[in-house]
Each structure stands twice: as C-alpha cells, then as structure tokens.
Write a protein that binds this ligand. Structure first.
Ligand code: NAD
Length: 249
C-alpha cells in the first residue's frame, strides 16, 4: 500500500504522465498474454512464428485458420477494472494518454480517449493490393466457416491491421518515442518489456514506475515498482490519487 501511495503522489505531482501498457492489462479480461508461465500463449505455440509476416505470405490459409480463434477471443473480450481505472485517470487529467502494445481495443472501449496503438488493432483488415478495408468480425466468421484464407474481391488475401513480427516499425512508434522523451513520468502496466522496439521507450523517459505481476527487463530503473494484479492496484491507485486531488488547496 505504501508504494501505491507513493505512486499516487508521483502522479499528482507530474504534469505529463504517459502510460505504457502490455498484454498483462488484458489477462483479467480473459485474454492470455505471451509470457506468463503456463497461461501465456507462448506455452501453447510460438507467436513469433504464427503471427509473423512470413507466416502470412508462406501459408495464408494456415495463418488465418490458426489465428482466427486468438483474434476472436481478443475482439470479443470486455474491459476490466484496470482499463476503466486508466480511463478515469485520463478523465481526471492525471495522465496524458496511453501507448499500448495491445491490439484488443479494450482501452478505447473502457473510455480512454488518447490511445496510441503501436502494434495496430484488430478492428479492421485490409487488402495489401487494392487497399480495400474490411471489418474484422465478418472476416473472422468467413474463416470460421471454411473460407480461409479470406480474399478481397480483387483476389488478394486480406491481412489484419496489426503489426506482425517482421513488419516495419509503425508510424505510431515515432509519436510514442516523442511522447516518452518529454514526459515527466512513464508508468508501465502489464508488460514484460521484452518486445522491441517498445522496450526502448523506457530508458527515454525521465522517471519510471512499473506495475507488473512478473519481473521486467527494466525493474532496476523504476522509482516505484509494484508487483501484483493490475486491476486491483490501479483501482486503489485511482482512489489514492483522487483523494490527493481533493485535498489540494
Ligand atoms: P508479455 O506477455 O511479454 O508480458 C506480460 C506481462 O504482464 C508479464 O510480465 C506478466 O507477468 C504480466 N501480467 C500478466 N497478467 C497481469 C496482471 N493481471 N496484472 C499485472 N501484470 C500482469 O506481454 P507484452 O510485454 O505486452 O508483449 C507481448 C506482445 O504481445 C505485445 O507486443 C502485444 O502486442 C502482444 N499481445 C497482445 C495481447 C492483447 O492485445 N491483449 C495479448 C497477447 C499478446
């Protein structure tokens, strides 16, 4: 609890706080992360192999058929108390916005307005040839009923609007980099910080706080380090921070 109070104090003092989230903020919504022992996707398959640009071009039917249940689970999950707490912090002016590695859109669905998706999202897919855009749910239904790989009317296979392993850096990363360099405080929630280039944002920030269940690459750099479930901790953090705001003259 002491660390939560300390973090609330840092939030209240900071003029520009940026939050960086990873798959750990969505495990309480039922979406597995990559690296948690036993429950992470990595314990069932190699996401770097399946969710890669080369897997899509080498065997698009296999890519779509194997990704469909994963994408569907991510697209239909509901926000949890961590997503709502972060939306509340933004509403109260205590954070500037969120840079997320997640592709599940749960921050926006919980009410967060300023969200930078550095790995894309699962709301749409597009045709790499003619550029036609399509919503993901009907595309996933096509795959589930055997129409795999799903093709555009021009004949080319659709690709999801997510950043696949092997894709070039998205433009959003440059903006995230600018934000991280100027913020007073970077609060990391639910990320192992093992995925580059997002982990490079961390040393760019002047002050760091981390909320995560497991160890991260950057624990040694954190001014405040809180181990535990993001939903529980963020809910307490909002309460503490709001009390500090109310106590201000
Ligand atoms: P990661 O799997 O490498 O790390 C997740 C971290 O979250 C772990 O260290 C774990 O200890 C922690 N964690 C798990 N549940 C938690 C909880 N309830 N509260 C606090 N911490 C918790 O994930 P990453 O660092 O985000 O990197 C993996 C990549 O996978 C990202 O690029 C992301 O795009 C992608 N991914 C996204 C989703 C999603 O959109 N929901 C899901 C899986 C993977």
């Amino acid at each position: 609890m002491e660390n939560i109070k300390k973090l609330a104090q840092l939030l209240a003092e900071s003029k520009d706080t940026l939050v960086l989230t990873g798959a750990g903020v969505s495990t309480e919504s039922g979406i597995p992360d990559f690296r948690s022992p036993d429950t992470g996707l990595w314990s069932q398959m190699d996401p770097m192999e399946l969710l890669s640009r080369s897997a899509l071009s080498r065997n698009p039917a296999n890519f779509w058929t194997r990704s469909e249940p994963i994408f569907r689970e991510m697209s239909t999950a509901q926000p949890n108390s961590c997503h709502y707490a972060l939306a509340r912090l933004e509403e109260k002016g205590l954070i500037r916005g969120i840079v997320t590695q997640n592709i599940d859109s749960l921050h926006q669905r919980a009410g967060s307005k300023c969200v930078l998706e550095v790995h894309g999202h699962l709301r749409t897919a597009h045709c790499p040839s003619c550029g036609a855009e399509t919503h993901m749910p009907p595309l996933l239904d096509r795959v589930a009923t055997g129409d795999s790989p799903p093709r555009c009317s021009c004949g080319v296979v659709f690709r999801p609007d997510v950043v696949l392993f092997g894709d070039p850096l998205p433009d959003a990363f440059q903006r995230a980099w600018q934000w991280a360099r100027v913020c007073d405080l970077l609060l990391v929630v639910g990320s192992s910080l093992e995925v580059a280039p997002v982990c490079w944002l961390v040393p760019a920030a002047s002050k760091l706080a981390i909320i995560n269940m497991g160890e991260t690459q950057c624990d040694d750099l954190a001014e405040v380090l809180i181990r535990g479930k993001a939903g529980e901790i963020l809910t307490k953090l909002v309460k503490e921070a709001e009390e500090l705001l109310q106590a201000r003259p």
